[in-house]
Ligand binder design. Structure first.
Ligand SMILES: NC(=O)c1ccc[n+]([C@@H]2O[C@H](COP(=O)([O-])OP(=O)(O)OC[C@H]3O[C@@H](n4cnc5c(N)ncnc54)[C@H](O)[C@@H]3O)[C@@H](O)[C@H]2O)c1
Length: 256
């Protein structure tokens, strides 16, 4: 599918990287960038500023064949099914799908409209391998370690804050465990994937460890990224730009 008209929701660390990747390529038009009321557009980005809107109804009525969300899981819960009813949706805030009603509504809308939900790998790696191996995978554990401040809890928090299903962790740390949701969606689902969240007050990194075992194979993948101040780490803007380039078919050599 060649996308011509794209909507972006969110213009923070991830949204800006997505906008830059699309406009650099010049192969698709960005119809709008929907942001929250308190968003302050950077003065040195006139192209981005010119597309900014806070009017969700106007934005979502715009003719688009792809919307890329990089805002908040609430946005996916609220607008996901509506967006999939008219085009493809790439959702970075995939923790919203841990809510069964949201997931059902979105997948039904996509099936009816013949559209697709695209789940980017974001801050981690290996969604492709997990997806390919899902029938043979027996256990998946993803452990995230961040500072309490980055997790939205006490800055001096230390140790294990959560150990349980990915479905349950998404309700507790919705903005910090999108990678858990992406791993669960690609693999063995929200209920069978085990999520661990650890706080380390001394770290400026975001660490994700993904342990997978299945019939005849075992993977142990560690990803470390310097925190950029909010919920995203230094690797995520690169990853987001790469995902957009793959979605738009811009790589002369495609990995598959
Ligand atoms: N899947 C992943 O690996 C991954 C990695 C990093 C971030 N994320 C998620 O992507 C999203 C964006 O991350 P970020 O670091 O760019 O965040 P950010 O805080 O830098 O930017 C958030 C942007 O979303 C906008 N926004 C927030 N609520 C909104 C609403 N209700 N309606 C419209 N716009 C709204 C804000 O105005 C802002 O422009 C977050 O949900 C984050 O959890 C996912």
């Amino acid at each position: 599918m060649r996308y011509r008209r794209i909507g972006i929701i969110g213009a923070g660390v991830v949204g800006k990287a997505i906008f830059d990747a699309i406009t650099r390529a010049g192969l698709a038009d960005v119809e709008y960038i929907l942001v929250s009321e308190n968003f302050e557009a950077p003065a040195d980005a006139p192209q981005l500023r010119s597309r900014i809107t806070t009017d969700a109804n106007r934005a979502l009525a715009a003719p688009t064949d792809l919307v890329i969300e990089a805002a908040h899981p609430d946005v996916v819960s609220r607008f996901g099914a509506q967006l999939l009813a008219k085009g493809d949706l790439c959702a970075f805030s995939s923790s919203a799908l841990a809510d069964q009603a949201t997931e059902t509504a979105m997948l039904l809308a996509a099936r009816r409209a013949g559209t697709r939900l695209l789940v980017p790998h974001g801050a981690v790696l290996a969604l492709d391998g997990i997806s390919d191996g899902r029938d043979a995978i027996e256990d998946v554990t993803i452990t995230t370690t961040k500072s309490g401040a980055s997790l939205g809890t006490r800055a001096d928090a230390r140790g294990t804050l959560f150990d349980g299903s990915t479905r349950d962790v998404c309700a507790l740390f919705p903005r910090n465990v999108n990678v858990h949701a992406a791993i669960a969606i690609s693999g063995i689902g929200f209920d069978r994937t085990r999520s661990v969240v650890m706080a380390d007050p001394d770290t400026t990194e975001m660490r994700h460890r993904i342990q997978v075992s299945g019939r005849g194979f075992e993977w142990d993948i560690s990803v470390r990224s310097t925190a950029l101040g909010g919920v995203s780490g230094a690797y995520t803007p690169k990853s987001a730009a790469g995902s957009v380039q793959r979605i738009l078919g811009l790589h002369p050599v495609a990995t598959c």
